[in-house]
Ligand binder design. Structure first.
Ligand SMILES: *Cc1c(COP(=O)(O)O)cnc(C)c1O
Length: 367
């Protein structure tokens, strides 16, 4: 069986270093808010070309705490509108509603699955305060154009980089374009810990300080609480693991790009539409997502041939029970995507022979 993603084999590559790093933490006797987190925050800020990085417990908290910090800083208030693509993973939306802000769902670009400037412009109202571009599947959004809209209308931009660590647009990394960015280090992400983890990057020192306090019970200084904060911190042991894996992130992106290039160059089955990409550096291939009108048949056929696939995602946020009030809303582009998308095996440890096998089997698919 060719697995969709083999986390064990990914982490196996670094076993010796990971064991050394975790042993170092165990032996240090210091497990929360210590040197490993400090080292990682500096290294990841550097990697993302930003001044600050704040480790938090997961990607959802990174999004939620950033919006919350903007509220604490007086930049946002209840009922303000946040423009976000309707086809995103639900976490992007949960962070908005958790803060009593209003998600304005917009259709994505059919070519990229990401926000399009046309649809952002159509969604602007007097209550719009934030644009939340999600660099879905690993492809960076059109950030130069998005920042131009934000400048013109005095909006904040929060990048959801949970799927796009390292993606670059015009030489600038994702996470450095917006006023802030949220990252996830969930094990299956391109930079994955061995458990949950997340981070916020920003060049805004005030935001950085506020987020750091909010994630630490609302406190800058022990036993002095200025906000009603939460406990959301990156553990030392996860930071130690991330310190190892960050060194290899660019290599792994390169291998993902090789897999994607092979798929793109060699899959020619007319029943399948390949993902579109304008510049390779814009895409770090967290997922390789094709679309097809024959998804059910294709999934079954691939499974019979020993190839595992997944669907990202089967149901859009506005159709979820969690958001009952939106269930009747209509987003035809988004809904069509959710009916047609299929993620092929995408893994930096995938053997070339396996990639060739997947290509071969897909090209033989017929209905
Ligand atoms: C994974 C993900 C998140 C949430 O990250 P967690 O660490 O799982 O909380 C947010 N947004 C997107 C687009 C994601 O893929």
């Amino acid at each position: 069986m060719i697995p969709f993603l083999d986390l064990k084999s990914i982490n196996e590559q670094y076993r010796n270093e990971l064991v050394k790093a975790t042993t170092r933490v165990i032996d240090s006797g210091w497990y929360v808010m210590g040197q490993e987190v400090k080292t990682f925050e500096a290294a990841f800020a550097d990697y993302c070309q930003t001044e600050h990085c704040i480790g938090v417990a997961n990607g959802l908290d990174a999004l939620t705490l950033t919006l919350r910090a903007w509220k604490e800083l007086g930049l946002l208030s209840d009922g303000d509108e946040v423009i976000v693509q309707a086809n995103t993973y639900i976490a992007s939306i949960l962070a908005v509603t958790e803060n009593n802000l209003v998600p304005i769902l917009v259709e994505p670009s059919e070519d990229t699955f990401n926000l399009s400037t046309t649809n952002i412009n159509k969604a602007l109202t007097t209550r719009t305060r934030v644009i939340l571009p999600v660099h879905l599947y690993g492809q960076i959004s059109p950030m130069a154009e998005i920042m131009a809209i934000a400048d013109k209308h005095n909006l904040l931009v929060l990048e959801d980089c949970a799927q796009s660590h390292g993606a670059t647009f015009d030489g600038m990394k994702c996470g450095s374009w917006g006023h802030a960015a949220a990252f996830s280090f969930y094990p299956g992400k391109n930079l994955g810990a061995l458990g949950d983890g997340g981070a916020i990057t920003t060049n805004d020192i005030k935001l950085a300080d506020t987020v750091r306090a909010l994630g630490n019970y609302g406190s800058h200084e022990k036993y002095k609480n200025i906000y009603q904060g939460v406990n959301s911190r990156l553990d030392e042991i996860q930071a130690a693991i991330l310190n190892v894996k960050l060194k290899y992130l660019d290599d792994e992106i390169c291998r993902r790009q090789q897999v994607a290039n092979a798929y793109i160059a060699n899959i020619y089955n007319p029943l399948i539409q390949l993902p579109k990409v304008t510049q390779q550096e814009e895409h770090v291939w967290h997922l390789f997502v094709i679309t097809t009108e024959h998804r059910e048949l294709l999934v079954q056929y691939l499974l019979e041939n020993g190839i595992q696939t997944l669907i990202h995602y089967p149901l859009p946020p506005h159709k979820q029970q969690a958001y009952k009030a939106w269930n009747e809303l209509s987003f035809p582009v988004t809904e069509k995507m959710h009916n047609q998308v299929l993620s092929l095996p995408m893994d930096p440890t995938l053997e070339l022979s396996s990639v060739e096998y997947v290509i071969d089997i897909i090209n033989q698919f017929s209905v």
